[in-house]
Design a protein around this ligand. Sequence first.
Ligand SMILES: [Zn+2]
Length: 372
Amino acid sequence: MRRFSLLLAIAGLPSAVCAATSPVVYAPDVVGVERMFMVALKVATDAPEVTVTVPDSVTMFDRQRPPFREEARRFYFRALKATPRAEIRFATAGGTITVPVEIWSFEDLRKFRTLKGVQLPRRWPLGKALPELKEKQIFPTGAEGKVGQGRGGYLSMSDERIWAMQPDSTIPRWHWVNIQHGCPIHGKDVYAKRAYYPWQLDPSTPWRWKIKCPVGGEEYPSNDFANGDMTRGEFPDDGIGGGCVRDGKHYGFIAELSQYYCRRMMTVAPDCANGYVRTGDVRYVHKALVALCRLAVEFSYLATMTQHRHRNTVRQVERFGPGRFDEGPGRIHDLSHRTARPANRSRAGLRPNLPRDREGSRHHPVPAKQGL
Ligand SMILES: [Zn+2]
């Protein structure tokens, strides 16, 4: 099962990440501000609780609780501010373990740099600023002459809710929960009525991060991922460490949901562009820009953090080079799953109206990440 290779490396272990004798099963070396990350330590199942101390650049938002089933304890953090070295300390019965993490700001991510001879960020034109910004209308749409009013849909959704539709790229995306084994309770019966994409997904926002079995109607995972609960219940899936593991099988509930939510997010800007062309209501332009800015933030992250392409850390990329697409699933997909075409289509419809939205933005500011 090649598609699980990266995630098994994280969940199962280790030598690629840390020395065989290290108690650190997994830890990232570089993360971005506001990103979540996991540290896993090798600790005996009957050992007492580990005391964790974090600097002010990091917060811990969850951790595995007893009873412990495996000799690896997981701790979940979020990066708060940029620093060259955030030291997280774990006090265990065997002594204190220090895990240093470097945290990059949004500006750090956008700096030109090379890694293993590869120019970063992976954004055209490589290593240079854009030669010019396209400002003239290319495809006339006729929308400028319309005075219609749109309603409902994304117009009635807050900017913040649209912003939150994009999953954090630190969460891997898979296709299928487990194509071979189906559901942890009902197995391959999930394919009985519908052979392709049988799992039921809820398109309502904010995302619930629950996927429903088409046979029993039970929902997975058991933890409340949407609210920072990474570990509770019988079928937990933290989205980072190889999915929900049952009897040695990996079920990517969160990974499948992440994939679905990413695809939903990609429909926002084109839908709003179409709404604008149909009605001339400039509020659609604003909502489309919110969606495009959110995607730009995420792509800016992925364009520099190439360890997310089938590697666990930046150090691994330095040793082995960037992962190839054919190494398996991760945060990258083929073109049909990417934003290139929908985003371009949106811009074609919206471009002549961007100045008009700058006026409207005084009342509906794009959330804090503009300046892209
Ligand atoms: Zn089921």
